[in-house]
Write a protein that binds this ligand. Structure first.
Ligand SMILES: [Zn+2]
Length: 832
C-alpha cells in the first residue's frame, strides 16, 4: 500500500497547478466493477528542478492512459502510482481509462444491496486518499481544481453529486461544474433514492435515503429540514462569506463508516440517522448537531481547506465546536454542551492520557496513513474544547471577526495553523500566538484541585494546577439548601484566571466547590474532602445539568486513575441516577458503569453484584417513569435494563408479550436488543433468530441476526463467527462489526479463551488484506477487551513489538492495550 508523504505532496504542489477534471463514470456494468474515465488539465511550472511527478489510481484494470494525446504504457503503473516523466513547462492534459472495483468496506465506491427489497445503492467516500479508488487524481488537498462529472446509471436511478445534477436521457446524468475544491471532497451517490426536496434562500435543498426507509425519513423530514434551515441561517449571521456552493443535499447512506462526511453540496450521513425505532431526544439532538457540524465544514474545510493533513484539527475542531454551539443557538436543542461534556469530552480526555496522544495541531504528520489515525478524540473533542476556551478568553466578537478575516484571505484556497493564528491576531490585541503554543502544540490534560484554607473568620480559595496551560474558569461555590433537604444552591460563581495571582477570599466554608463549573475549559478537576462528602450525598441536588456533568466526569476520571474505588462509583450512581433528569447524563453514566466498571474494572467475582446494582437502578428509573411523562428517560432505562440482565426471565417475558409492562411497546430495535442479550445468556436459539429476521428482514435486521448468532454460547457458533470475520473476507464493514460485537462476552470467558491468542495474528492478517476500515473494526470491536489479564496484555504487546499491524490497526491495538493495562491497575487499586 503506497501512501503519500508530506514531502512528496509539497514537491508536487510546487510543480503543478491543477485546473480541471472531467470525470465520466459508467455504473451499468455489473456488480464487481465500474468504468472510470478521467481527463485532467494541469500546468507544469517552469521554475522547478525536476519535472517528474505522478498521478494516483487504484484500478482493477488500467485500460489506457494518454498524455497530451500520446499513449503511455499502462503496465508502468507501480502499485497506485503512474509516473509522468520529464514534463515540459506549460499546459498538459492527462487521460486515464480504467475499470474500478466496488467496495464493501465503506471506502471508495461502496456498493450495497438492501435485503429489504433487493435494491442496490452506490456512494463514494473519497476521504482521505480514497479518490484513487474511483478516478485518477493528483490526490492531495492543496491541489484544488474544478470538477465536471458525468455518470451513466441504470434506468430508474437518481444520481446525486456536489453540483446540481440533471438527467439528460438514457441513464446519462451530468453535474453542474464545481468551484475550486479538493479531490477528497468529490462525491457521487447513485441509486433509486427516495428524496424530499425543497428550496431555501433560493438554493435547492434535498434529503435522500434508501426506499425501504422512505416512511421513516418522511416522518422526520420536517425536523431535519427545520434544523438544516435554522443552522444555515445562523451561519449566515456569523459568517460574512455566503454559502459557497450551488445546492445542499443530505444523503443518508447505508454502511457508512463515520458519522457523516462534508462533501460540498452533498453531505453523506450514516443512515442510522433515519430512525426506524423509538429514540431519545439526545439522539435527535446528536443528529441535529451532526447536521450543524457538517454544514460548518462548508466553510471550515471546503471553502478554506487544510494545506496538509497535520491541520485536520482546523477542519474537525471547528466543525465540532460550531456544531454544538450553533445547534444550541439555532434549534430547540439548547443544552448541547451537557452532552458534549458527558460523551465527547470523555473521549478527548481518554485519548489525551494514552501513549498515542498528540498535540491538537501536530507539527509533523509525515504521510496520509499517519494522518488517518488522528481522527480521534484529540482532533474533535479536545480541539473543540480548546476553541471553546479560546472564545471564552478572546470574547466571541473578536473570535468571529478573526474567522471572517480567515475566510476572506483564503477562500477557495488552503491554509495552515500559522495562517489561522495570523487571522485571529488581526482581530484582537491578545497574544494568540502564545495561546496557540500552550493549547495546540502540547499534549496531556492539566489537573485542577481546589484548596480551601483559613478558618470560620474567612475562608480562602486556591486552585492548584498540575500542568502549564492558562485557563479562564468559573468556580461554583454551593451551599446546602436549608429549606429543601438534598438540594444544593449556587452561592456564587467566581471567574478565575489560572495561574492565580493569590488566594481568593470566599467568606464562609461552602459545602461544595466545583472547579470548571459550566465546563468552559479542558482539564481534569478534583474535589477537596468536604466537597466530596457533600456530593456523595447531594450530587443529584445540583441545579444545573452542566455542573452535574462536570462532577460525573470528575468521578469517572478518578475511577480511571485508581483514586476512587469502582464500587464507590457504582454506589454514587445507584444513589443519584434514579433522580437524574438529563438524558445525556443518565445514558452516559450508565454506559460507563456497565461497559467499563461492571465489565472490566471490577473483578469477575464481583461482576454479578455490580450488574444487579445496575439492574435495580434501571428498575427504579422505569418505575419513576410509569406516568408516561418521560419517554426518553424510560427508553434509556429499558435499554440498559436489557443490557445488564443477568437472568433471562424478565426480558424474555417482555419479548413474548411484545411490550414492556406500561410501555414502550417493543419496536425492532428493542426486540433485537433483547434477543442479543438472550443469546448471550443462552436463552434463545437459531430458530428464534431466524424467525426474528423473517419478521424484520432489513439491513439492521441482518446485522441484528449476525450479532445474535455470534453471541450464542456454543462452540460451533463461535467458530462460525470467527471464520466469517477472519477467514472468508466477504463480510461488509457493518456485518463484520455486528459479528464482532456479538463474539466477546464477559459471561463467556471460558468458552472463548482459546480465541484470545489467535486474535492478534489473525487481526494483523485481515487488516493487511482488507485495509483501514476493517482494520479499525477489527481493532475496535473484535478486540478481546474483556480478557482483563496479564496474558492478554503480554500477547498484545508482543504483537505491537512486531512490524506486523498496518498503521490503522497498530493505533487501535496500542489504545486497546493501554485501556487493558488501565483496567488491570484499577482492579489492583480496589482489591476488595
Ligand atoms: Zn467533521
Amino acid at each position: 500500500m503506497s501512501v503519500l508523504t508530506r514531502d512528496e505532496a509539497q514537491t508536487r504542489s510546487r510543480l503543478l497547478d491543477v485546473h480541471h477534471y472531467a470525470i465520466d463514470l459508467d455504473l451499468t456494468g455489473g456488480d464487481e466493477t465500474f468504468e472510470s474515465r478521467t481527463a485532467i488539465r494541469f500546468t507544469v511550472r517552469g521554475d522547478t528542478d525536476s519535472t517528474d511527478t505522478f498521478v494516483e489510481v487504484k484500478p482493477a484494470e488500467l485500460r489506457g492512459v494518454t498524455l497530451d494525446g500520446q499513449p503511455l504504457d499502462p503496465a508502468a503503473l507501480d502499485d497506485n502510482r503512474l509516473t509522468l516523466k520529464g514534463l515540459a513547462p506549460g499546459e498538459h492534459e492527462l487521460r486515464v481509462e480504467a475499470a474500478m472495483r466496488y467496495s464493501s468496506t465503506g471506502e471508495g465506491m461502496h456498493r450495497f444491496t438492501d435485503p429489504a427489497d433487493g435494491e442496490t445503492y452506490l456512494y463514494t467516500q473519497l476521504f482521505l486518499d480514497d479518490v484513487q479508488r474511483v478516478f485518477a487524481a493528483f490526490d492531495q488537498p492543496d491541489l484544488k481544481a474544478v470538477f465536471d462529472l458525468a455518470v451513466t446509471a441504470p434506468e430508474g436511478w437518481t444520481v446525486l453529486a456536489n453540483g446540481v445534477t440533471e438527467h439528460t436521457g438514457d441513464g446519462r446524468w451530468t453535474a453542474a461544474t464545481t468551484p475550486l475544491i479538493s479531490t477528497y471532497l468529490v462525491a457521487v451517490a447513485a441509486g433509486p433514492w427516495h428524496s424530499v426536496r425543497t428550496e431555501h434562500r433560493g438554493l435547492p435543498f434535498g434529503i435522500h435515503c434508501r426506499r425501504s426507509l422512505a416512511r421513516h425519513l418522511d416522518a422526520d423530514a420536517g425536523e431535519l429540514l427545520d434544523v438544516t434551515r435554522a443552522c444555515f441561517d445562523r451561519y449566515h449571521e456569523k459568517f460574512t462569506e455566503p454559502y459557497p456552493f450551488d445546492s445542499y443535499d443530505q444523503a443518508f447512506v447505508p454502511e457508512f463508516n463515520a458519522g457523516a462526511m462534508e462533501n460540498p453540496g452533498l453531505v453523506t450521513f450514516r443512515d442510522e440517522f433515519v430512525f426506524r425505532s423509538a429514540v431519545t431526544d439526545t439522539q435527535r439532538q446528536t443528529r441535529a448537531m451532526v447536521i450543524a457540524h457538517e454544514m460548518a465544514h462548508m466553510w471550515f474545510g471546503d471553502l478554506v481547506t487544510l494545506r496538509w493533513w497535520d491541520d485536520i484539527w482546523l477542519n474537525e475542531s471547528f466543525a465540532e465546536y460550531m456544531g454544538y454551539q450553533t445547534t444550541a443557538e439555532a434549534t430547540r436543542f439548547t443544552d448541547t454542551w451537557t452532552d458534549f461534556g458527558v460523551t465527547r469530552k470523555a473521549w478527548g480526555y481518554d485519548a489525551d492520557q494514552r501513549p498515542s496522544t498528540h498535540p491538537v495541531a501536530p507539527e509533523n504528520v509525515g504521510d496520509t496513513a499517519s494522518a488517518l489515525l488522528n481522527f480521534d478524540g484529540i482532533s474533535y473533542a479536545k480541539g473543540a474544547s480548546a476553541l471553546r476556551q479560546l472564545v471564552s478568553w478572546l470574547g466571541e466578537k473578536d473570535f468571529l471577526a478573526g474567522i471572517n478575516i480567515h475566510f476572506e484571505r483564503h477562500r477557495f484556497g488552503n491554509a495552515s495553523l500559522g495562517d489561522f493564528i495570523d487571522s485571529l491576531a488581526a482581530a484582537t490585541d491578545r497574544d494568540v500566538h502564545a495561546w496557540a503554543d500552550a493549547w495546540l502544540r502540547t499534549t496531556g490534560v492539566d489537573t485542577l484541585t481546589p484548596r480551601v484554607t483559613g478558618d470560620n473568620g474567612g475562608r480562602l480559595l486556591d486552585v492548584d494546577r498540575a500542568g502549564r496551560r492558562p485557563h479562564r474558569v468559573a468556580v461554583g461555590l454551593y451551599d446546602r439548601d436549608l429549606t429543601d433537604e438534598g438540594r444544593l444552591t449556587l452561592r456564587e460563581r467566581l471567574d478565575v484566571d489560572l495561574p492565580q495571582a493569590g488566594p481568593r477570599p470566599i467568606g464562609k466554608l461552602p459545602a461544595l466547590v466545583v472547579l470548571n463549573d459550566g465546563d468552559l475549559t479542558y482539564a481534569k478537576v478534583r474535589f477537596d474532602a468536604e466537597s466530596f462528602r457533600t456530593l456523595r450525598e447531594g450530587l443529584s441536588g445540583l441545579p444545573d445539568p452542566l455542573t452535574r456533568a462536570v462532577v460525573w466526569n470528575a468521578l469517572r476520571d478518578a475511577v480511571r486513575d485508581g483514586e476512587l474505588p469502582a464500587g464507590t462509583y457504582l454506589d454514587i450512581a445507584r444513589a443519584h441516577l434514579p433522580h437524574e433528569t438529563d438524558l445525556a447524563l443518565v445514558d452516559g453514566v450508565l454506559a460507563f458503569a456497565a461497559g467499563q466498571v461492571a465489565d472490566r474494572y471490577v473483578d469477575p467475582g464481583r461482576r454479578p453484584a455490580a450488574l444487579s446494582t445496575l439492574t435495580e437502578l434501571c428498575r427504579d428509573l422505569i418505575r419513576r417513569t410509569e406516568d408516561g411523562d418521560h419517554p426518553g428517560l424510560r427508553l434509556i432505562a429499558v435499554r440498559h435494563r436489557i443490557a445488564t440482565a443477568a437472568h433471562p426471565d424478565t426480558i424474555a417475558a417482555w419479548l413474548a408479550d411484545g411490550t414492556v409492562p406500561g410501555g414502550p411497546e417493543l419496536d425492532p430495535e428493542l426486540r433485537w436488543r433483547i434477543l442479543t442479550r438472550l443469546a448471550v445468556l443462552g436463552a434463545t436459539d437459531e430458530a428464534a433468530i431466524a424467525a426474528e429476521f423473517a419478521r424484520d428482514p432489513s439491513a439492521t435486521g441482518q446485522e441484528g441476526a449476525a450479532r445474535c448468532r455470534a453471541a450464542l454460547p456454543d462452540a460451533e457458533a463461535k467458530s462460525r463467527a470467527w471464520e466469517a470475520m477472519f477467514a472468508t473476507d466477504d463480510l461488509s464493514n457493518y456485518l463484520f462489526t455486528a459479528t464482532a460485537q456479538g463474539f466477546w462476552q464477559p459471561e463467556q470467558a471460558d468458552l472463548v479463551r482459546d480465541y484470545v491468542p489467535r486474535y492478534y495474528a489473525e487481526a494483523v492478517a485481515v487488516a493487511a488484506r482488507r485495509g483501514p476500515a476493517i482494520a479499525d473494526a477489527a481493532g475496535r470491536w473484535a478486540f478481546p477487551g474483556h480478557a482483563v489479564d496479564e496474558t492478554n496484555l503480554r500477547l498484545g504487546r508482543e504483537c505491537l513489538a512486531d512490524a506486523g499491524p498496518i498503521p490503522a490497526l497498530r493505533r487501535k491495538l496500542a489504545d486497546q492495550l493501554d485501556d487493558l493495562a488501565r483496567a488491570l491497575r484499577v482492579r489492583e487499586a480496589d482489591p476488595r
